[in-house]
Design a protein around this ligand. Structure first.
Ligand SMILES: [Zn+2]
Length: 259
């Protein structure tokens, strides 16, 4: 279990020293605290305000002997999150199922591994990929990475045909030295791999549903990294370079003035 979730649960179920009942666990329905969670607007871990929004008085009145007992009576736990930096909000749901504590964060804004300057369409599909992964729908998540790649190439001017055709056209441009600058710096096999795995995630695969087990959390994490690098190269790095050059030029003009 995530360390932050563990801390939050222990804050929600406080240990009390009741004069009559002795050491007991009490449900803190008024809990307001701060904890670090991933902010999909800042695209990094951020300190967030956490408010317990589940106000059930009947639970509040009861005292429990053990943490387990209290937790089982009080499912699911629901919290409102607010990023202290950007003020965007999210909802955290924690539930115990089959002896395992599961948590999901529903964000008000789109997120996933999209970078700040990615096109809205790419952000849309990457958000869907993230949401699917959160609830354990791994094949669905993989299909959304494929859709995000399809949208990305469309936005970059590769508008004809299915994804396979778009990648083929990009490879031709690469060979003829006439594609976008980023195409020269990216190995097309990465794009092919996202397409092929994405296809497998929605095709019948000769009637063998067992194959879907290969699309596991580790694979999705890897695809997330590959996609982040792709977006950085296409949409962020050129802006960073331009800004850095501007800064250098400004410095030069200031230095020249002083001479
Ligand atoms: Zn934020």
């Amino acid at each position: 279990m995530n360390e932050n979730i563990d801390k939050l649960i222990h804050e929600t179920f406080e240990k009390t020293n009741d004069p009559v009942n002795g050491k007991k666990i009490r449900y803190n329905s008024d809990l307001i605290t701060e904890n670090e969670f991933y902010c999909n607007n800042c695209l990094d871990d951020r300190k967030m305000k956490v408010i317990n929004v589940k106000m059930r008085e009947d639970i509040n009145r009861n005292m429990y002997n053990t943490f387990e007992e209290a937790f089982q009576r009080n499912l699911p736990l629901v919290y409102e999150l607010e990023c202290l930096q950007c003020k965007s909000k999210a909802c955290l749901i924690v539930q115990k199922m089959n002896n395992e504590i599961k948590d999901i964060v529903l964000y008000e804004k789109s997120g996933g591994c999209a970078s700040k300057n990615s096109p809205d369409g790419v952000k849309y599909y990457l958000n869907e990929a993230k949401l699917s992964k959160q609830i354990g729908a791994k094949s669905a998540s993989m299909a959304m990475y494929r859709a995000a790649l399809d949208f990305l190439l469309f936005e970059q001017g590769y508008t004809q045909g299915m994804l396979g055709n778009k990648i083929k056209k990009l490879e031709e441009d690469r060979e003829n030295n006439c594609g976008p600058k980023w195409a020269m710096e990216i190995e097309p096999q990465f794009l092919e791999a996202i397409k092929d795995i994405g296809n497998s995630s929605i095709h019948p695969n000769d009637g063998n549903i067992k194959n879907q087990e290969e699309i596991d959390e580790n694979l999705l994490n890897l695809v997330d990294i590959v996609f982040s690098e792709l977006l950085d190269k296409i949409y962020e790095q050129p802006i960073r370079s331009k800004n850095n050059l501007e800064l250098l030029k400004n410095k030069i003009s200031l230095l020249n003035k002083k001479e």
